[in-house]
Design a binder for this molecule. Structure first.
Ligand SMILES: *Cc1c(COP(=O)(O)O)cnc(C)c1O
Ligand SMILES: [Zn+2]
Length: 469
């Protein structure tokens, strides 16, 4: 088993390999990121993707029920008996009428992949199913992450249910920035019983600290720098293809934070192409928040490119040095993508290269309007997820995406994760007439609650007044 899957440094000039049972997060030789790689010739891979549709008939089997493991031949790194699943990935591609969200796309061409429907309410569960499988394979008992919220919620949920091979419970430790995490997410980590360390620091610093802790303690790191996480997240793209009857769309649009998703999506399509299971690559659009725009700054403004693994590190270093010098930290209402130093940057560059991708950025106001527009149309997502629709709108306006393109936006997390953001938007003082005040954002989608006295005449009058307007 182990030699058919292995870890491999992503640097083409290094490509050092390591056994699957080594708990490594980077290359011992060059410090590069690692991929889970496969010797496909020695694995049984179906001849066509439609093979996976047959698993729907046997979904009473937990592995066939899982939206991750029903594609297990494409992430074949663990013996079946060690696979961890809690029924993640029951998410299906939704077709949305573009007119309902005011987008100039042809009818039938807009889709939402609604990952908020996962057990912990975000796409992170796809990755955790794979990371907990790896932890079990490696015999690890204590697992941890730094988190802007959803990683900790997902890790805490899996840890509360998963067991080691000898039946011992797993122990979860999560590092969160004090005051940096939406309450919906914090409430999950607490409820599921994780040891929750609130650290006076931002995400980037929390991740640095937990990496230091893994060097001192027996602690298995489950951030997206863990290559197994990304194997699980590849399945989001497999389900997208399934929803399109295995025909790749023209565009995948996703928010970019630590860039785990964009890295996983590129890897998924590169592998499918190599295996001859798809004939065409979709393009990738990664959307940053303006307050956390490292990728857009480096790629769109400074021309950073994968360049066969020889990207210009000096551009990256000088950007980070400037951030440090100016005390600049990531700041956005979309807390899930409030990340200034994305760990998967090289892998995301590789995805952009393989998928002829683009990067753009959107403001918090744009994100919030788009989030409300998604909510108005019956889906609902958290702010970071809405960056995808905001980015798509921009790319259409700029002529990058055309009306005839088939587009899939990834809605990464559930609406109820960040109720403060939603209520704050709809109750903002800066709506309607008030927005005429200089500089105030116009909350064009706000649905303000109406304050009424406890009086039946006043209540009926308020209802009739709303009807009339
Ligand atoms: C983690 C997360 C993101 C960011 O994804 P990356 O893979 O880190 O780029 C975006 N949206 C939500 C809801 C998330 O939880
Ligand atoms: Zn290396």
């Amino acid at each position: 088993m182990s030699d058919r899957a292995f870890l491999r440094c992503i640097q083409p000039g290094c490509a050092a390999t390591y056994g699957i049972s080594e708990a490594r997060y980077d290359c011992a030789t060059c410090g590069g990121l690692l991929d889970v790689a496969y010797d496909w010739d020695r694995l049984t891979v179906p001849g066509s993707l439609s093979f996976f549709a047959e698993r729907w008939a046997t979904r009473h089997e937990p592995l066939d029920f899982s939206g991750v493991w029903r594609f297990r031949e494409l992430l074949h790194f663990a013996p079946q008996k060690q696979i961890v699943t809690i029924g993640e990935g029951q998410t299906l591609l939704q077709n949305v009428d573009p007119r309902r969200v005011d987008l100039a796309l042809s009818a039938g061409n807009l889709h939402f992949q609604y990952e908020g429907m996962n057990p912990s309410g975000s796409f992170k569960d796809n990755g955790m199913a794979a990371a907990f499988t790896a932890a079990r394979m490696l015999g690890r008992r204590r697992v941890g992450c730094a988190s802007t919220g959803n990683t900790s919620a997902s890790l805490a949920l899996y840890a509360s249910l998963a067991k080691t091979d000898d039946g011992a419970p797993m122990r979860a430790v999560v590092f969160v920035g004090a005051g940096k995490i939406a309450y919906g997410k914090l409430s999950q980590a607490l409820d599921y019983g994780a040891l929750t360390l609130q650290i006076d620091a931002d995400f980037d610093a929390c991740l640095q600290r937990i990496r230091e802790a893994t060097e001192r303690l027996d602690l298995y790191l489950m951030n997206s720098v863990n290559p197994f996480r990304l194997e699980g997240q590849k399945s989001i793209m497999f389900r997208v293809l399934e929803g399109l009857d295995w025909e790749p769309p023209d565009w995948i649009v996703c928010p970019g934070g630590n860039l785990g998703n964009s890295s996983a999506f590129g890897k998924a399509f590169v592998e499918l192409k190599e295996l001859g299971l798809i004939s065409r690559m979709p393009r990738l659009a990664i959307v940053n928040a303006s307050g956390a725009n490292t990728l857009n700054e480096l790629v769109s403004r400074q021309g950073l490119k994968w360049n066969d693994g020889e990207w210009d590190q000096a551009i990256v270093d000088s950007h980070y040095d400037a951030m440090t010098r100016d005390g600049r930290k990531a700041k956005t209402i979309a807390s899930a993508i409030e990340i200034g130093r994305p760990v998967n940057l090289p892998k995301a560059l590789r995805s952009l290269d393989a998928m002829n991708g683009v990067v753009c950025e959107v403001t918090d106001d744009e994100i919030l309007d788009e989030k409300a527009r998604i909510g108005r149309n019956g889906y609902g997502c958290e702010p970071a997820s809405a960056a995808s629709l905001a980015g798509l709108r921009k790319l259409i306006a700029d002529g990058v995406v055309s009306a005839s393109d088939r587009v899939v936006c990834i809605l990464t997390g559930h609406q109820l994760k960040d109720a403060d953001a939603t209520v704050g938007y709809h109750t903002s003082m800066f709506t309607g007439d008030a927005s005429e005040r200089a500089g105030a954002p116009r909350r064009s989608m706000a649905n303000r609650p109406v304050r009424v006295a406890d009086d039946i005449d006043a209540i009926c009058a308020a209802i009739e007044k709303a009807d009339a307007s």
